[in-house]
Structure formats: structure tokens, C-alpha cells
Design a protein around this ligand. Structure first.
Ligand SMILES: Nc1ncnc2c1ncn2[C@@H]1O[C@H](COP(=O)(O)OP(=O)(O)OP(=O)(O)O)[C@@H](O)[C@H]1O
Ligand SMILES: [Mg+2]
Length: 613
């Protein structure tokens, strides 16, 4: 019921036009009465009375009525069609806006294909309801009432007898409605599932191929396809079952007229003209009865779709901007986690994490896979809210900040890179669409992406396919980094951003980040597996099972001899630490530490191992 109330609120705006449409529908039904009446007059007063002088006038009226009906029909159908498109536009827009507001938790649960079905198949059911069902139901009800009233005026006994059919029709309609609703709901669900499966298979097509699972996927698809077909057949089956009943009920009217009406004419209790008139009204009685089942189907289909759309629409995101509007100002970049715990399903993903970062610092985060590194950053961006504790930015709880302002100040290169099917320039400028080409290029240079972009067939205008198809993993990462850098953020988050680039490129990017930080205080979080990515950070957090198990600078962590130190040894080989420091000092002295042409990890290792010998 709530869902219908929600939907009808969209019609309010168009009530004037809907009223006009219904008024025209009423006019048409009223016009329908005229011709059968004239037919009766022709029989009684023209043919039987042999008064043919009246005929031309009556025929002109009949023709005029038919023409007027045709014009009105065209007009009211235009009105309903245009209102339906306008309503559909509003509903689609509103639902889409809400979809974009939903949080990560919502998208974690929902299947893309299901959400797509809400915007396509279910919306079509709504359009059909406004464009057709509303006036059709109104027209049929009105037609039935008008025709019955007219028959009453012609012959009361005949009308009363015909009325006897009504309870049977009402009962059949009610019974059909009861069974057809769940059938339509199932129909829509199966359609949605099929959609979701197809969407998943098309997106995951490369994995399907890589594992040669085509047959398995076809079998899965066939199962869903069968289910959808069966649901359709079941829904049609209900209709087939009830169709003959509606037909019989409408024929019953003809039988009543032929037997009882005919008898009355023979007995002289009714004129032949009246018999013809009632016969003319008969279709106005029988058509609504025949169509009752169809319209019930339409209405049920519409209700099932509105309920599905509303159930998605009414899910409120847990993460929201405070109702008061929240703190809305430029962020400096001081970050503090105060006893932050995150346990969405009762299971701790982040446990009692506390640390403090000053604006302009670089923080390295390292830890085994699934240790909660990305989650920590998701809490900072408020993709999720902490279960307990506080995440503070410039001393203000992120939950008290304006959500969009907060995210506008954060540049994030996500672990799972997503690029839009747009040009490379469009992708980099996504966060700042008004940027000049020079700014885009500068960001690309800083992310060491300019070189390979220039070598692409259309340079910055090269269209990258959906999800960046046609680019290597490292290229995608660098475009994603350029996109984050162009935002000129106060807080920059690089989640595994340099994992797919070689050491030389990584060194280059690190130097660029240093330049940015020297220019402007920008807090940088670097999540990485490679020690080389984070060893120069001002502070390093080591995570394990959602807890900070070690923290400090590179030197202090190596000296501690814990997880970090052992990771360091495994990546750099069993080399005495003092020797590494010595070599680094030498490199700095020689002035080669920060210049181009840096050696990669293997070369670095070789040098160090030679030194050891
Ligand atoms: N919203 C969520 N609901 C339930 N579990 C979650 C949620 N988000 C993350 N997890 C789980 O929390 C754990 C930490 O995930 P997270 O992505 O933070 O790890 P990570 O350290 O970034 O790992 P990786 O290095 O592989 O990227 C994982 O076990 C993951 O399955
Ligand atoms: Mg991660």
C-alpha cells in the first residue's frame, strides 16, 4: 500500500491532464450511447413507420458521432501517452538518484542485473499502467454502467435479468486476481534473475573463457531461462483458465436478450426498435466483462512492479550527511582514528584502531591480505561508518561532516580500478570535468601515464572500453592515479596503486608525490605489499586481522624485528640491515638517490649482495 501511495504521488503533478483525459473518455462513452439509440429509432420510426424522410438526418448524426469519437479517441490517447512518458521520466529519475545515494553495503548485497530490471522491465509495467490501464479500466466501468442505465430506460425487466450476470463476473474477477498476483510477482522475479545472470556472464566473460566454463554457464542460463519461461506459462495458464469463463459470461448476455427479449417482442411487450437498441448496447456490457480479466492482469502486473521498485527505492543508506548539513569547509588533512572498531555482521574486521596523522604526512599501511587495510580507508571516506570509536578529520568526526564535501577533498585510487567507457582524458578529468587539457596532462605526467597515453592511437582521445579494456593493469592503475591527483585533494589514498607498475615507475611516482607534498600539504596514505613503496613514509602502520600490530618509521620497525622486519628481509633477502643503510647513505651522498634512472629491486639486491661478499 505504501508503494502505491508513493507511486500515486507522482501522478499529482499531472492530475490536470489526467482529469482532461478522463473527461474525454467520459465523452466518448457518452457518444457510444447515441448510435444504438438511433438504430432503434430507425427501426421503429423509419422502417416500421415507413417514414423515410427522417433517415438522412439520423444517418448524418450517426456519422458525426463516429467522427467525433475518432477525434476524441486520438486526443485522449495522446494525453495518456504523454502523461505516462512524463511520469515514467520522473519515477526513473527519482529512483536513479536514490540508487546513486546508496552506500557500499547496498551495492555489496544487490545484483547489478536486478537493479537494471528495476529501471527497465518494471518501469515498462508502470508506463503501460499510466498510458493504457488507467483509462481502459475507467472506460470499461463507465461503459458498463451507461449501457446498463440505458437498457433500464428501455426495458427494466430485461436490464434486471442482465444484472444477474454481474455477481458471477465479480466473483471470477476476484478469484483470478488472487491467483494472478503471486504469478506475476514470480514472473518479475524470474525476469530479474535472468537479467542478473546475463549481466554477470557478460561482465565476467573473460573468466568464463579462461576456465572453459561455457557449457556450465549455458546450463546455468538454461535453468534460469526455463524458470522464466515456466513462470510466464504459469501466468498465461491462469489467464487461459479464466478466459472461457469471462467469454461464457459475456455470451450469457446475448442469450438473455435473444431468449427473453425475443419472447417479449413476439408477445408485443417490447418494440423491435427497442430490441435493436438493446442489442446495440450489448457490446458495451459484454466487452468490459470479457476484458475484466486482462485489466486485472495489467493492474496486478503494475502493482508487482511498483512494489519491487519501491522496495529498492525505500532502502535508506546507512551512511548519510547529517540532517543539519554538516561541517562544510576545506579540509587540511589531519587524520585521527580513535579506538575505531568495525564489525558489520558481528565479526570484527577492524578492531580498536588508533593512530594520528598530521596534515602533509605520508602514511604507509602494510599487512597480509584481508587484514583490513582497504576497510580502514573505506571508513575514512565514510563508505562505511565505524561501529564504535571515531574517525576524525581536522578534529571533526567524519559523521558530522558534509558527506560530499568530505569525499570531494579526498582523492582515491582504488584497489579495484574502474574506468568508464570514455576517452582517457574524460576518465582522468572525471573528478574535475572543467579541468583544462594542460591540467589533465600534468596529472598524467605526475602519474607517469603521459608517455604511454601519447603513444596510443588517439592519444588522450583514445576511448577505453568498459572497465578499461585494452589497457594493461599498470596502465589502468596510472590513469586511476592521475584521476585522483587531478582532484588536487587534501587527502590522497593510494590503495595498492603501484602494485602493477615496475620499480622504476614506482620510484618516479614517489618522487612526484613528494613534489606535490612540498608544494601543498597533502596527506598521503599508501597501501602496499612492497616495502619499497612505503619505506620512506613518515609513519607506517602494520595491520593483522584488523588490528595495528606494529607502527613506527621504517627504521624503528626493522629494529623491532617483528612482522615488518621479517617482510622486509623476505623482500630484500637476508642482507644485514646496517649494510642497506650504509648503501642508501652512499647513494644519497652521490646524489643519485632522488634522480631518474633508479635501479629496480633486482639490481638493488645484486649490488647489496656483492657488497656483502
Ligand atoms: N562490508 C563488509 N562486510 C563484511 N566483510 C567485509 C566488508 N568489507 C570487508 N570485509 C572483510 O574484511 C576483511 C578485510 O578486508 P579488506 O578489503 O580491508 O582487506 P585488505 O587488507 O585491503 O586486503 P587486500 O590486501 O587483499 O586488499 C576481509 O576478510 C573482507 O572479506
Ligand atoms: Mg585491500
Amino acid at each position: 500500500m505504501k508503494s502505491l501511495k508513493w507511486f500515486f504521488s507522482f501522478l499529482k503533478k499531472y492530475r490536470g491532464r489526467l482529469f482532461l483525459g478522463l473527461l474525454m473518455t467520459t465523452g466518448i462513452v457518452a457518444l457510444c450511447i447515441v448510435n444504438p439509440y438511433i438504430s432503434g429509432v430507425i427501426v421503429d420510426d423509419v422502417v416500421l413507420a415507413e417514414n423515410y424522410g427522417l433517415l438522412p438526418r439520423l444517418l448524418v448524426i450517426m456519422l458525426a458521432m463516429t467522427l467525433l469519437k475518432a477525434v476524441l479517441s486520438f486526443l485522449y490517447q495522446m494525453v495518456f501517452e504523454s502523461v505516462s512518458q512524463a511520469v515514467l521520466y520522473d519515477v526513473r529519475d527519482k529512483v536513479y538518484r536514490k540508487l546513486l545515494q546508496e552506500d557500499f553495503a547496498f551495492y555489496n548485497r544487490k545484483r547489478t542485473g536486478d537493479l537494471m530490471s528495476r529501471q527497465t522491465g518494471d518501469m515498462e509495467a508502470i508506463r503501460h499502467f499510466v498510458a493504457y490501464t488507467i483509462y481502459a479500466v475507467y472506460q470499461y466501468v463507465l461503459m458498463f454502467i451507461f449501457a446498463l442505465l440505458m437498457i433500464f430506460t428501455v426495458n427494466t425487466r430485461l436490464a434486471l435479468l442482465m444484472l444477474l450476470v454481474l455477481p458471477f463476473t465479480a466473483l471470477t474477477t476476484w478469484r483470478q486476481a488472487k491467483v494472478v498476483k503471486p504469478a506475476f510477482k514470480r514472473n518479475r522475479e524470474c525476469f530479474s534473475s535472468l537479467n542478473a545472470l546475463v549481466q554477470e556472464n557478460i561482465s565476467g566473460n573473460r573468466v568464463v573463457k579462461a576456465f572453459a566454463k561455457e557449457d556450465y554457464e549455458i546450463e546455468k542460463f538454461n535453468k534460469e531461462n526455463d524458470k522464466f519461461r515456466d513462470a510466464q506459462v504459469a501466468a498465461s495458464g491462469i489467464w487461459m483458465k479464466y478466459l472461457p469463463v469471462f467469454e461464457i459470461l459475456s455470451y450469457a448476455l446475448t442469450i438473455i436478450l435473444m431468449l427473453y427479449g425475443g419472447h417479449m417482442v413476439i408477445q408485443g411487450e417490447m418494440t423491435l426498435g427497442n430490441f435493436v437498441t438493446v442489442n446495440g448496447y450489448l457490446w458495451m456490457l459484454s466487452a468490459p466483462l470479457q476484458m475484466a480479466g486482462w485489466r486485472v492482469n495489467d493492474v496486478q502486473n503494475f502493482i508487482a512492479s511498483v512494489e519491487k521498485i519501491y522496495s529498492t527505492y525505500s532502502e535508506e543508506p546507512k551512511v548519510q550527511t547529517p540532517r543539519t548539513g554538516g561541517v562544510h569547509k576545506k579540509i587540511l588533512g589531519n587524520v585521527e582514528f580513535r579506538n575505531v572498531t568495525y564489525n558489520p555482521e558481528g565479526e570484527d574486521i577492524v578492531t580498536d584502531v588508533s593512530f594520528k596523522v598530521k596534515a602533509g604526512q605520508t602514511i604507509g599501511i602494510i599487512g597480509s591480505t584481508g587484514s583490513g587495510k582497504s576497510t580502514l580507508m573505506n571508513l575514512l571516506c565514510r563508505f562505511y561508518d565505524a561501529s564504535s570509536g571515531e574517525v576524525l578529520i581536522d578534529g571533526v568526526d567524519v559523521r558530522k561532516r558534509d558527506l560530499y564535501n568530505l569525499r570531494d577533498n579526498i582523492g582515491m585510487a582504488m584497489q579495484d580500478v574502474f574506468l568508464f567507457s570514455d576517452t582517457i582524458e574524460g576518465n582522468i578529468a572525471y573528478g574535475r570535468p572543467n579541468s583544462s587539457f594542460e591540467e589533465v596532462k600534468k596529472a598524467a605526467i605526475m602519474a607517469d601515464a603521459n608517455h604511454f597515453i601519447k603513444n596510443m592511437p588517439d592519444g588522450y582521445d583514445t576511448i577505453v572500453g568498459e572497465r578499461g579494456v585494452g589497457l594493461s593493469g599498470g596502465q589502468k592503475q596510472r590513469i586511476s592515479l592521475a584521476r585522483a591527483l587531478l582532484k588536487d585533494p587534501s587527502i590522497l589514498i593510494l590503495d595498492d596503486t603501484t602494485s602493477a607498475v615496475d620499480m622504476e615507475t614506482e620510484n618516479y611516482i614517489q618522487r612526484q608525490l613528494k613534489n606535490i607534498q612540498a608544494e601543498k600539504e597533502c596527506t598521503v596514505f599508501i597501501i602496499a605489499y612492497r616495502i619499497s613503496s612505503i619505506k620512506d613514509a613518515d609513519w607506517i602502520l602494520v595491520l593483522d586481522h584488523g588490528r595495528i600490530i606494529e607502527q613506527g618509521t621504517h627504521d624503528s620497525l626493522v629494529a623491532q624485528g617483528g612482522y615488518y622486519a621479517s617482510t622486509f628481509r623476505s623482500q630484500y633477502g637476508e642482507i644485514p640491515y646496517d649494510l642497506i643503510r650504509e648503501k642508501e647513505a652512499l647513494k644519497k651522498e652521490a646524489g643519485s638517490g632522488n634522480e631518474g634512472n633508479q635501479s629496480d629491486l633486482i639490481r638493488e639486491k645484486e649490488v647489496l649482495q656483492k657488497g656483502e661478499k
